[in-house]
Ligand binder design. Structure first.
Ligand code: PHE
Length: 472
């Protein structure tokens, strides 16, 4: 068991640095890409209200749970469970696998963001009518998107190789405030357009008639993904926390920042869409097709705003993907005793190959399928629809039913040194409410997966891990 490692363990330099890193992990493509299009497809304000409920009730509770588990043991995702309850090691392993899998497709989209940032300046917007076709041609090309993905991966490798405070923290401290600044610039422009008010109405006026069970499913799934929960990232980040950090207020700050970023992205995008009479329900193509079309209609200045927008998207993607890589790297360091550099290089080498396959699966390799879907979709569906929710549910059960309540309380209150008035409420929620709620949502989500063989594969993986937890 990797004890005695505590003394040499890296830690965050400052509270601000940690908050920026954790918020950096949370704020990502999920906020700027997924949140707006999910909102668009699910009835605007109604979706936002339900999403806020999921975030506050479920997301915040699980995030605090992950911090407690991570800092309590001072070990990353796998070790945090293994060192206490070997039967539960599989939850940590599932987390590392999820992070690894997400890191096998997320950087592809990160690469697109970097590409669009550069292309904004070099003529992407010169022909608004061609933007939709351009996106289709770009992501299916054999070489170009792969190159952008490699560039994006290289930056990740560089940041993670530099370590917790010298790499991840430093980068996040600079990039996160910048991201908020960039969003504000776009918002000012967006709101100044004539006719933009309709976008705000759409965002903030709930239309309950479109709400169905699926809306709740989408909202909870989005909360997990957006807050980086259920995949060991927040356990890993929590493991680098010093003992005097106040976990409940840190969790609240990170969750609030993530939610703010999502809402800001909505305010940046929807008023502009409505001002130019574009449908808000464009789905996944929203930020790479519809948004550039809107910028193109702004004339010359649109180029600048497009650049700013995709820079924000690239920043958001980067600070999230370093969290994924770090979770995998920390596993190798804690459990296999590897040095940071070696762990980073090995993880990067493997994931680079898979990312290339993911990118190619959208084009030349589209005929090749794993369990009925392409490589990119395989990783996306498996994590988003199965692993994250099950991981989050297991974490809640672990904190509520397996860990000793007193111990949890001591960790959450820094041995009683700091107040946490809502401890009993939080504990009851994580013990009784979340497992049931997430189970319902997870099961209905899993049942809704169209590719049966993929669904069965995902469930079997979790089952096998759980069965052999002691051996992991
Ligand atoms: N939270 C990130 C986002 O919203 C995605 C992510 C998921 C990052 C899991 C790290 C871990 O884009």
């Amino acid at each position: 068991m990797p004890q005695g490692e505590q003394k040499a363990r890296e830690s965050w330099g400052t509270r601000f640095g940690f908050i920026m890193a954790a918020a950096g992990s949370a704020i990502g493509l999920g906020n700027i890409w997924r949140f707006p299009y999910l909102t668009g497809m699910n009835g605007g304000g109604a979706f936002i209200v339900i999403y806020l409920g999921c975030v506050l009730f479920v997301g915040l509770s699980i995030m605090l749970g992950e911090f407690v588990v991570g800092r309590g043991t001072g070990l990353a995702s796998v070790g945090a469970f293994k060192s206490r309850h070997r039967n539960w090691t599989f939850v940590g392993v599932l987390g590392v696998i999820s992070s690894f899998f997400i890191y096998c497709f997320y950087p592809v989209v990160g690469g697109w963001a970097v590409a669009y940032m550069v292309k904004s300046l070099t003529g992407l917007l010169s022909n608004p009518g061609a933007i939709a076709d351009y996106f289709g041609a770009f992501i299916t090309a054999p070489l170009e998107p792969v190159i952008w993905t490699l560039i994006f991966l290289a930056v990740n490798l560089f940041v993670v190789a530099k370590g917790v405070s010298g790499g991840i923290e430093l980068t996040s401290k600079i990039l996160m405030p910048m991201l908020f600044g960039l969003l504000v610039i776009i918002i000012i422009k967006s709101l100044s357009l004539p006719g933009s008010g309709a976008g705000l109405t759409f965002l903030f006026k709930p239309d309950w008639s479109v709400v169905t069970g699926k809306t709740f499913l989408a909202a909870l799934g989005q909360a997990f993904f957006s807050l980086s929960l259920g995949m060991g990232v927040m356990i890993t980040y929590g493991s680098y926390l010093k003992k005097d950090e106040h976990l409940p207020s840190d969790a609240l700050t990170v969750v609030s920042m993530d939610t703010l970023a999502a809402i800001l992205a909505g305010i940046a995008i929807f008023p502009a869409l409505f001002a130019f009479g574009v449908e808000p329900t464009a789905g996944t193509g929203l930020v790479f097709v519809v948004v550039p079309q809107v910028f193109a209609q702004m004339g010359g200045i649109g180029v600048l705003f497009s650049f700013v927008f995709f820079l924000a998207l690239a920043i958001a993607a980067l600070t999230s993907s370093v969290g994924l890589l770090e979770t995998v790297v920390a596993y190798f360091m804690d459990e296999k005793g590897m040095s940071r550099k070696k762990a980073t290089y090995i993880s990067s080498a493997v994931t680079t190959v898979i990312c290339i396959l993911s990118s190619l699966s959208l084009g030349v390799m589209s005929g090749f399928s794993v369990f009925g879907v392409g490589v990119f979709d395989f990783f996306d569906i498996l994590t988003d629809k199965i692993f994250l929710a099950i991981g989050g549910m297991c974490l809640a059960i672990y904190v509520g039913w397996v860990l000793n309540k007193e111990e949890v309380k001591l960790e959450a209150t820094n041995r009683g040194a700091l107040p946490f008035a809502l401890f009993e409420t939080w504990y009851a929620v994580i013990k009784y409410v979340i497992p049931v709620l997430v189970a319902v949502v997870a099961v209905s989500g899993i049942m809704a997966i169209e590719q049966q063989s993929l669904m069965i594969f995902g469930v079997v993986v979790i089952g096998v891990l759980a069965l052999f937890s002691k051996k992991l």
